[in-house]
Design a protein around this ligand. Sequence first.
Ligand code: AHG
Ligand code: MN
Ligand code: MN
Ligand code: MN
Length: 336
Amino acid sequence: MAGMTTLGEFIVQQQHAFPHATGELSSLISAIRLAAKIVNREINRAGLSPDIIGAAGIENVQGEAQQKLDVFANDKFKAALSARGEVCGIASEEEDEFVIFDDERSKNAKYVVLMDPLDGSSNIDVNVSVGTIFSIFRRVTPAGTPVTAADFLQPGHNQVAAGYVIYGSSTMLVYTTGNGVNGFTYDPTLGVFALSHPNLKMPETGNIYSINEGNYIKFPNGVKKYIKYCQERDDQTNRPYTSRYIGSLVSDFHRNLLKGGIYIYPTTESAPRGKLRLLYECNPIAFIAEQAGGIASDGGRRIMDIEPTELHQREPFFVGSPEMIHKAEEFMREYA
Ligand code: AHG
Ligand code: MN
Ligand code: MN
Ligand code: MN
């Protein structure tokens, strides 16, 4: 087809354009592409499949009821990542501890992957968009030795690549290796991801704010005041803003990336460190946001500079268009 660049071709082009882009990383991204296709196939027919809809009957390490699709997506991504031998270990929302890949090839691999295999679990049964989020680091301990916690507990600014898949009205894979952000739309008739959104840039500002306002009463003062600011009339800044909240970080972020907007999951009285997980939700989304000209912070500090201490650590998360984040942070400082 004239003018179509598939993800496979794009990966090869990138390898030529950036000599440090290794073949191993390309192969790793191809593994993610394959798992995304398999998960996409199941999600598309979820309503027809009792094996996919509903709760799995167990809880994950953070006390959330795992959905069948959480478990399915975790298994598929884990299998795809271990099969290629480019990854020496993974960490996942659905795994209590990190997983060591110790076959001959994987043991010598230099990358680790951290992932949220299925983001927006509560949306599965009601046919609303969900996603997958991934974050890739070079390990810090020597190749050939079993991977350790230190390989996973790295600050986000060390990420080599990050991305997400959104299983939406169409399925897209959006990722960065630190040279901008590119988006690929899945063509199910051809079975390929085609470059549809090259060099994505987030608008400087927007008029969408995304936050679970049901928690309003439990928010810090700065967030409450910022929400009121979003709702006030002001022609110059195009307020009042529009409120949009899907309840899947990937989907809420993706919309704001394209249209301009702000997403906030702050601390609450009942979740004193917020809800979102630093290593496989905040960091990868932050890397994409920054590569697209946006900002990601915890309301004051840059997300990617936080030194993690735990695999499933949570952090408050503010991400979106730079002007909007600056404004929200101003409120956080003023009403601390
Ligand atoms: P997950 O489905 O991977 O556990 O993530 C759910 C997260 C995130 O996707 C979403 O933005 C947020 O939880 C929604 O939380 P609330 O229902 O508390 O708003
Ligand atoms: Mn979950
Ligand atoms: Mn999630
Ligand atoms: Mn999840």
